[in-house]
Every structure is written in structure tokens, then in C-alpha cells.
Design a protein around this ligand. Structure first.
Ligand SMILES: O=C(O)CCC(=O)C(=O)O
Ligand SMILES: [Fe+2]
Length: 237
């Protein structure tokens, strides 16, 4: 984790949010993906905001934290695209603008509602390119070779995993990226309270994703809206 990242301030903000009288609970929903959202059939509850709403709703330290995660996201994304063999001149288009500082990103503060016994978060893959997570309490698991294994709580480290949009755009590259299946175990009230800071690096939600091969030829495309709508149904089914 870079030294200049004030993760403690972000964790503190996440803790404040869970209080029943927190004013952040009144942030309006923007579409299906932004606002204060409690997922059906899952314990996960979150405040989710896209980059262009950070300045309006998050305190300045948190908006800055988000922009620092943007920088990390672009570095990770560029390295993955380099290794995929897709020519650099195609990266901005392939990534819906994300790799050149555009696209969109979510900075979400999640917690788990232990007043009901649902699973924490059902097995799923993330929608976007790269997810950056602060893992501060046990419960997150990833699927490796058909088995779920715990993601270790390692102070000073962020967890990074890859999502469906990255899988999609690297399909015809030299090296396709897998979207990791993960879940959160059902949390109990006596467990250490699980807050999470979750950053999603995404394409523009009203844009297109393009599949390039290593020669720079387009092999396919999809609207982001269609890809994400399918995934949202799987998550809450
Ligand atoms: O709480 C976590 O660490 C996982 C969150 C997650 O997977 C998600 O929000 O997509
Ligand atoms: Fe996830």
C-alpha cells in the first residue's frame, strides 16, 4: 500500500457510515448502482458513488483517497493490457477510456447487516476491470480450482482482483484475464465488524467495450449496459 494513502481516514469514514443516524444514508440513488443500497438476499449494504459524484458527497479527504485509487487502477490496468499483447494505441478505446484517466470508477463503502442470517455476499464476479479492496476483517473468499479459500487479512496491503469487463476486452488478446469468483461468508453480530472499502475501475456505463487482438484488429464489442445488466441479475438472484 503506498505510504501517502490515508486508509485510516477512509476506514473511519466507513465506520461512521454504519451508524443509524448517519446523514450519508440520505444520499439519493442515482440509477441502480449509486446511493445507499442494501442488496436483497445478501447482508451487504453499501454507499456507492461514481467518480463524478465524489466531490459532491464525500468529504475532501475521501474524494482524494478515491483519486489516489484511480492512479493505482490505471497503473494496474496498463500493466495488464501490456501483458495481454493488445497494442498501446488501442488501450483507451478498449477500456472505455479508463486506462487514460477517463472511464468511470466507483468508490464504495460496504458493511454487512448482521440483523438477518443471509449470506454476506453471494458468489459473484465483479463487473469492471480491476477491483481494489481494503481487507480489514475475515470473511472474503476467492474461488481457486473449484474451492473457496480465505483472503488473508494483511495490514498494509490492498487486495486487487480482475473483473468481467477485463475478461471481455482481453478475450482475443494474447493473454485473456480471468474474472475471479468471490464471496463473503455470512457475518454474525459477534464477528469483528466487517467494513470494506471497495474501488471498482470501470468503463463509462453508457459506452462500449472493444475486443482487440494483438495486431490491433477489432474482434468484437458490447455495450457496457448489457454486460452489467446481466451481472446485476446474477448477483441478486
Ligand atoms: O466486502 C468485501 O470485501 C467484498 C465486496 C465485494 O466483493 C463487492 O462489493 O463486489
Ligand atoms: Fe465483488
Amino acid at each position: 500500500m503506498p505510504d501517502e494513502l490515508d486508509v485510516e481516514a477512509a476506514r473511519e469514514f466507513g465506520r461512521e457510515l454504519t451508524k443509524p443516524d448517519s446523514g450519508y444514508r440520505n444520499i439519493p440513488n442515482y440509477g441502480d448502482f449509486e446511493g445507499f443500497i442494501a442488496l436483497e438476499n445478501n447482508q451487504q449494504t453499501k454507499l456507492a458513488l461514481r467518480r463524478h459524484h465524489w466531490g459532491q458527497h464525500y468529504p475532501p479527504t475521501i474524494a482524494k483517497f478515491g483519486r489516489q485509487l484511480d492512479d493505482i487502477g490505471v497503473i494496474v490496468m496498463s500493466e495488464v493490457l501490456r501483458q495481454s499483447g493488445i497494442p498501446e494505441s488501442c488501450w483507451a478505446q478498449a477500456s472505455g477510456g479508463y486506462s487514460s484517466g477517463g472511464g468511470t470508477a466507483f468508490l464504495n463503502f460496504v458493511h454487512y447487516d448482521t440483523t438477518h442470517p443471509n449470506q454476506g455476499l453471494r458468489p459473484h464476479t465483479d463487473y469492471g476491470f480491476v477491483t481494489i479492496l481494503d481487507v480489514m476483517a475475515p470473511g472474503l473468499q476467492i474461488q481457486v480450482g473449484g474451492e473457496f479459500i480465505d483472503v488473508a487479512v494483511k495490514p498494509g496491503f490492498l487486495a486487487i482482483h480482475f473483473g468481467e469487463a477485463l475478461n471481455f476486452i482481453t478475450r482475443y488478446s494474447g493473454r485473456q484475464v480471468g474474472a475471479v469468483v468471490h464471496r463473503v461468508l455470512s457475518q454474525k453480530s459477534e464477528d469483528p465488524v466487517r467494513h470494506g472499502i471497495v474501488y471498482f475501475a470501470n468503463p463509462d456505463l453508457d459506452g462500449e467495450l472493444w475486443q482487440f487482438d494483438p495486431t490491433g484488429e477489432v474482434q468484437g464489442s458490447s455495450s457496457v449496459a448489457n454486460l452489467f445488466a446481466e451481472l446485476e441479475q446474477q448477483l441478486t438472484a
